[in-house]
Design a protein around this ligand. Structure first.
Ligand SMILES: NC(=O)c1ccc[n+]([C@@H]2O[C@H](COP(=O)([O-])OP(=O)(O)OC[C@H]3O[C@@H](n4cnc5c(N)ncnc54)[C@H](OP(=O)(O)O)[C@@H]3O)[C@@H](O)[C@H]2O)c1
Length: 314
């Protein structure tokens, strides 16, 4: 009994900011599943919203719900004081709203690990700064701030969520994968990476206490989840047992469409251009960039492969 209590004491206490969001909810569940005392900073306890069901679920599962927001310094101080690890999963639009949180973490000095809201491509590596309307520079600004303040951190560079572009097999405007014609952007040979949100969460929870990920980028680039558009459509064809007609959109044509389409509607094409034409998810070597790769650090963690996922779309 005494031994069990000692083991329990070692579990880091975790604060999730954004637990009613897509990724944040998965993070809170993964934290609870790993028996971490879990806290969630919540802006709104509105009892009729769909988000309240998530809060009810998390509360029933043992999460301590704290009222507060990224704009409310007092609530941040009170929440951050309670924990060892802070994971922020606010949406990309709120990236710069993390500045006050960074200041609070710095001033308190008690947080052993901060995981800022990146959870996408590595903003230090992307090559679309002329097109992305500061999408990546805002995330990079927060990382620079964290590094400059010497706050212990880990950044999760998980590439694309499966729920984002994979349901359409990377076909803007479609909600399901095509069954007749497939549009290939660029030459179709550049590889991108997809991760299921729940898997991103379990890798994040494994990484948050790991000395090997301290002040590092944890890239998620698992074998089975790295595909070019040509490979993706080939895999889909093998599942459909049918060959699709291919329509190629060369780089110049895609760039023209991006420029002609108003922001933010053009952002899907910007992300496709970044990943599948520029190769922003895979052009660099993880080891030589100083990062670490999730499936190499945690070979025991199971994850959904692209083939598994496409199997659910048949
Ligand atoms: N790699 C990819 O393909 C991909 C795709 C999507 C997102 N992402 C990344 O994943 C991360 C999370 O995004 P998401 O789409 O999961 O977010 P989301 O679903 O939009 O959820 C955002 C969460 O943040 C909370 N929030 C917003 N403003 C807040 C504030 N001022 N104070 C406290 N909480 C606040 C929201 O709470 P309320 O319930 O009060 O609104 C909500 O819980 C981001 O870094 C995003 O860039 C990556």
């Amino acid at each position: 009994m005494e031994k069990m209590e000692r083991v329990e004491e070692k579990k880091s206490r975790v604060l999730i900011i954004g637990a009613t969001g897509n990724l944040g909810f998965e993070l809170a569940k993964a934290s609870l599943e790993s028996s971490h005392p879990t806290f969630a900073l919540v802006r709104n306890f509105d009892s009729h919203s769909s988000k309240s069901q998530k809060l009810q679920f998390l509360s029933n599962a043992g999460t301590t719900l704290l009222k507060g927001s990224l704009q409310d310094e007092e609530s941040l101080v009170e929440a951050v004081k309670l924990v060892d690890v802070v994971i922020c999963a606010v949406s990309s639009k709120q990236a710069l709203d993390q500045k006050l949180l960074v200041r609070v973490i710095k001033n308190l000095g008690s947080v052993k690990r901060f995981i800022p809201s990146e959870f996408g491509l590595d903003p230090y590596k992307t090559q679309v700064s002329n097109l992305d309307h500061n999408f990546y520079s805002s995330k990079a600004e927060i990382r620079q701030l964290v590094e400059a303040q010497s706050i212990p951190y880990t950044v999760i560079s998980c590439n694309f969520f499966m729920s984002y572009l994979l349901p359409s097999l990377v076909q803007p405007g479609l909600k399901a994968p095509p069954r007749d014609k497939y549009t290939v952007f660029g030459n179709g040979d550049v590889k991108g990476v997809f991760m299921k949100e729940a898997d991103v969460a379990s890798f994040t929870i494994s990484a948050m206490d790991d000395p090997r990920t301290l002040n590092k980028v944890l890239y998620l680039r698992p074998p089975g989840n790295i595909y070019s558009l040509n490979e993706l459509v080939e895999l889909w064809e093998s599942k459909l047992k049918k060959t699709l007609e291919k329509i190629y959109v060369p780089e110049e044509e895609l760039l023209k469409k991006i420029k002609e389409t108003p922001y933010p509607e053009n952002m899907t094409m910007v992300f496709i251009y970044s990943a599948f034409v520029k190769g922003d998810q895979t052009y660099f070597d993880i080891d030589s960039s100083g990062g670490v790769e999730g499936t190499q650090l945690y070979p025991q963690l199971r994850y959904t492969t692209i083939s598994d996922y496409l199997g659910t779309l048949l």
